[in-house]
Design a protein. Sequence first.
Length: 936
Amino acid sequence: MHRRCLEVPVYAAILSLGVSAAASVAHAAPPEASSHTVTWDRYSLLIDGRRIWLWSAEFHYFRLPAPELWRDLLEKLKAAGFNAVSLYFSWAYHSPAAGMYDFSGVRDVDRLLDMAREVGLYVLARPGRYNNGELDSGGFPGWLSTQRGQARTHAGDYRAAWEEWFDHINPIIARHQLVDGGGSVVLFQVENEYDRGDAIYMQELTSAARADGIRVPIFHNDKGRNLIWSTGPGAPDLYATDTYPAGFDCHRTTFPALTDYRFLRAGVGQRPFIWGEFQGGAFDPWGGPGYERCRALTGTTFERLFYANNIENQFTVQNLYMVYGGTSWGWQADPNVVYTSYDYGAAFNEQRELTEKVPVLQQHGYLVASVRDLAETDDLGVQQGANPAVRVWVKENPRTRARFYFVRHADGASSSNDVTPLTIDVPDGRYSTSVRVNGRDSKILAAGYDLLHQRLVYSTSEILTHADAGDRDVAVLHGRQGEAGETVLRYASEPRLRVIAGEVRSRWDAARGDLRLDYVHSGLGRVRLSGGGRPPLELVLADGEAAASFWRVDSDAGPLLARGPYLVRSAERRGDALWLRGDTGRPSPLEVFAPPEVRSLYWNGRRVHNGRVPGPAPVSLPVLRDWRYRRDVAEIEPLFDDSDWARADRRSTNNPTRPTTLPVLYADDYGYHYGDVWYRGRFDGEAAGITLGAATGRAGVWSAWLNGAHLGTVNTGTANGDQSSSRKFAFPAGAARADGTNVIAVLVRNMGHNENGGSNDHHKAPRGLLGASLDASDAPLAWRIRGAAPSPKGALRGPQNGGGLHGESAGYTLPGFADTAWSKVTLPHRDAAPGIAWYRTTVRLALPRDQDVTVGLRFDDDPARHYRVLLFVNGWNMGQLINDIGPQRIFTLHQGILAHRGDNTIALAVWSADGQTGGLGNVSLEVLGNYATMPR
Ligand code: GAL
């Protein structure tokens, strides 16, 4: 019996602690004493007793195979206002075979968790077993597809497998827990969207996690807000849910009305509302409209409405999926839903640039980080008497009585009727004003709020952030360009007002002690207020664009505000100097709202003069030339020696899909889980033809030859359910030898396995040949098979990098391979032979060291040409172009995979589908981004 079976009683103790804890005000999840605590009440999580709004961004390290860039990305998330990062851990990425695990190099998650702590991000650890995530098998390793027991149940073989994974990943996560003082992991997700109802399984998981040393609160991510695993046997400490209200069809331009989630309270009880995932973009399938459309669908309007609604609904843990998507390089993608790029239309694009979606995230993120009163609010309900076309929802902090007014259009209301009277009712008094929501907009207004040393009676501008600059408070308020704003501050006596920029009118109400400022949001207005019985205030009144130029940076002395550059990453005081690190895409102004003791400013290690910082030097890339070419289908020849291939002779399989003929030809049953698989079948004597069935996953391809002659190539297609195909090939007259042995050669591309979101074992849907039968012949077919051997532990590029093409094992993809005997060709190159041909070249780059340049590989050709390309850069499989399906034509080559100073080998495996339109179009390098930066 496995040790975990003995520990169910321990789990039960933990469970009852979690449940009874949920009834009191704030309670510790971890059962033992620790250096830090993560607790919760109905409003939010509390870290060391302090209320926190966890504003989290999902990021997949396995989609960015360059650890140095992890830090870049984490720093960007932090700068954009996130205080947490959520990490799926991909079991498949680490495990080439049962019992084999690799956590080195691009798989070094220990290093990743260190980086998250160093950058100052809390971590939501989501180690699977099952992820989904548009991943091959949803993140299950390939070897799991041959198990007999049903996955995601308490079946014994499945349990033995996930326990193995847990035993490897959990100790790593455990030593990075905040509660032990070792790291910043604050939450642990035990299953993802699991609605099968196997409570024994759920109990086993939680029990195992606890036994592995996980002491932070554990949650499950419920797909449907159905309160599944909220309470009862198998329910972990916390309930979380996910939703994607805009959906995943990026042809669309509209999204549905907002939802009120307060109905969850009855089931969630005295625990906070948690979005395990909330839509941050959308995936795009083969042949889809492309990620810019996904970015538009989930753009600033979506962000403003939906994330403000989440704040209103008190989701004090919100994890946006994705904020950086990255690249499903190698064979990581689930082919049904995505191609190589997993850009996701996210706020940061695949090349790690900030898109137009960042500023709204930043506004919300800075707001919940600065205005801590927001994390503890009760609903006062809709404000009556307002314009019925506009909905005003009021919330109040029960301790401070600060109020928050959430203003947006009522569902279905016309967006032209957009001004509403607003009554502000706070301890400071009752005020009548009006507020505008132009188009589909949403605003969060604060009133009766202690803003540092000031008293904000109310403002019709939103708070971006505020910070103590030593000799003064700095507050940044913002509104839409051209809209009027009104801000009222309370003083003991009339303060002195100096307008530094913009037009700001003021009125002093001596009876109430109110200073009222009136202005229009346009660029950057600024006033300084002093006297009146309070420390000075520097008030910045920004329109959207000006607000987007601000950065709130953590420093030893608390948050610090800076503005101007594309990105500000960090700030550090050294004596009377302030050292900033950040990025610029062009020469930029830099202004810092620093204490007066700061006398000099450094930017990326250089002294700043005249308040300006430099941009990057322009870069150019060499033209790709000196291409070498080789056709590479020796496997189709009758005399090819396949004696070292495995015999495909199994008569039975665990697979729930029964084979149509025997022997079993499923690639997974022979240990070949990824990429291309070759089959060679021998039969004696004449036959009229052959019927073959093959399963590739969506957008796949397979080709068949008889004795070296091409019988045909089948494209699986991109329609829903296009996973497999069967074809009857008639043998050309005389092609099959009557007096000897004939060889059928078949090459099948496995595009990846299905996900298993429904816990229905769909990841086991077979890949490779499904069956084969000769026409007009009873001769037996004797098969051999060759795919990629699982890469051994420590193999740099991992199990999902390679398939069974000859060139992959022969080293064509690697630097240093001698291709001098290959033909010289220039691109575009036309090739009339169906099947595989390789193109290779090398290119030397000399890109500047202190610039963050992202390089892409671009393919240009007429989409009417029927071929596809697997692209390898220095041996790394960086994706697949399907010329006649698209939409992806530019592939991001992350720095680290691509040597920015040195030689690079580009090897392209081209599969030409027909005898006419094969070959390769133009291939070029392209600069996708260029920023001056200073990596840490
Ligand atoms: C969720 C799932 C994620 C991802 C997402 C869509 O339902 O939990 O793993 O698949 O959908 O991108």
